[in-house]
Design a protein around this ligand. Sequence first.
Ligand code: PLP
Length: 395
Amino acid sequence: MNKDFLKYQAQTTPHPLGLEVIDAKGSYIYTSDGQKHLDFVAGVSATSLGHCHPAVITAIKKQADKYLHVMVYGEYAQAPAVDFSKLLAKSLPDPLNKVYLVNSGTEAIEGALKLARRATGRTEILAAKNAYHGNTMGSLSLMNFEERQKPFRPLIGDVDFIEFNNDDNLNRITKKTAAVILETIQGGAGFIEPQNDYLKKVKDHCEAVGALLILDEIQPGFGRTGKLFGFENYDVVPDIMAIGKGMGGGLPVGAFVASEKLMDLLADHPKMGHITTFGGNPLVAAACHATLKTILETELMAETLEKEKCFRELLIHPLITAVRGKGLMLAAIVESEDIANQVIINCKEKGLILFWLLFEKTAIRITPPLTISIEEIEEGCGIIIDVLNKIKNKA
Ligand SMILES: Cc1ncc(COP(=O)(O)O)c(C=O)c1O
C-alpha cells in the first residue's frame, strides 16, 4: 500500500512516516505489519476522544441511516447541525452565541478574517510571529515564515506581525486594525502559553480602538487544556473564535463563533458573505454533537489536568530541558533538533507515535487522546525514557 500511497497520493514531505493503517481503536493504531502503536499524537490533536469512540460511531451510524448531504450550508434546518450549534452556544460565555459551521480549521480562520473586515470596515490584520493558522491563502498570509510564504505570493494584503507575549507591541493595535488574531496557546512555536494577562491586555487594547480579537482555538479547544476552550484559562473572551480539529471526533470540520450581531453581518450587504457547500454536513455535525456531549457529560476535562501531572512526573530526564504546554497539549523540549528527531523515529520503531512541531525543532509533540489511560501514559513515557537513555549512553 505504501508504494501506491507514494505514487498516487500527493505528498507533503519527501519522507512521510508511512504507517500502513488497518484499524484504530481507543489509544492504539494497528498496522498491516501486525504492529500495535500507542498514539501520543491523536491525528495532531484531532481525535480527542480516541479512535472510533463508541458515542461518535453510534451517532454517525444513526445519522447515516437517515440522510447525508441535502443542501448547501444555511438553507435547510437539519437537526445534527442545529443541535450541535445550540449545545455549543449554550456552553460558551456571552457574546459567543452564533456558530458558522465550515469544513476545516483553515476555512474557519478565513471566515473569521472576513467577518472581522466586514464588521469593522477596516483591513489591517495583526497576527503573531511564529503563529500557525492553516494553509489556505488567508491563513498562510498570517504566517511570518518567509520560506513558506515566498513561493505563493502575493498573499492577502495589510497583514502585520506582533510578538506573542510582548506588551511593548500592544500599541501597534490602532484605529486602523480590523482584528488581532492569536492562537490562545501558540502551537507550532513550541506550546507557548500567554503570560502575565497578555490576552486580557490585547483584548483591552482592541476594545479601546474598536478592533476585534480573534482567538484560534483549533488546537486547544474541546477540552484539551482542561477547560472546554483554552481562553477560559486566561479570563478573556474573544470577539470571534475559530475551532476545528478535536471538535469532530475524527471527522473533518471547522467553525467560527461570534455574537449574533456580528455573525448576522455575513447574511447581508453582500448576501452570502461566506458560503460553503458542505458546512454543517449532517454526518459530521452528528459526530460533533456526540463529541461535545461526551466531553461535557464525563470527567474528561478534569482528568486532563491529572494526566498532565502524570506526564510531567514521568518525563524527567537529563536530556529533557522542559515540558511546555497545558493539559494534554504538551511538548517535551530536548537539547537539540537531532535528539528530537532520534526520539520521534526510535519511539516509532518501539510502537509509540510522537510527532514534530512546525517551528520549534527541539520539541516532541505529546497530544494524546483525552481518553488515554494512566497505564497508557506510563507505557508511552517508559518508551520515551528508554530511548533517551540509549541516546545519552551513546553520546
Ligand atoms: C492552531 C491551528 N490553527 C489552524 C489550523 C488549521 O486547521 P486545518 O488543518 O484543519 O485547516 C491548525 C492545524 O494544525 C492549527 O493547529
